[in-house]
Design a protein around this ligand. Sequence first.
Ligand code: FES
Length: 113
Amino acid sequence: MLSPENNARLTKVSQGTPMGMLMRRYWTPVTFSSEVTVRDGPPIRVRLFGEDLVLFRDTSGSLGLIADQCPHCLASMFFGRNEDNGLRCVYHGLKFDVTGACTDLPCVPPVAP
Ligand code: FES
């Protein structure tokens, strides 16, 4: 019989846990591709390994899986606008591509050279 500590080690998969780090090394199916067929269509919610994520298909047809919480002020990216190769947060307008990289910062004034 497993001790409570070993049971927790084998069953907890959130970020930073031993099993969570192991599971994140492997491909994991999250949904059917038929759930996100429309380019620039609405994102869907995915919960994987204790993380809330959103899945979307961008303008070029690539799939993106990013955190549901916007890194700026934690607004839900599920309500984001999927447009022009990225998912734009509806709160302040930061835009993220399918890799999770921020590609537009409309709320930040340009820096003078
Ligand atoms: S909360 Fe998303 S851009 Fe500010």
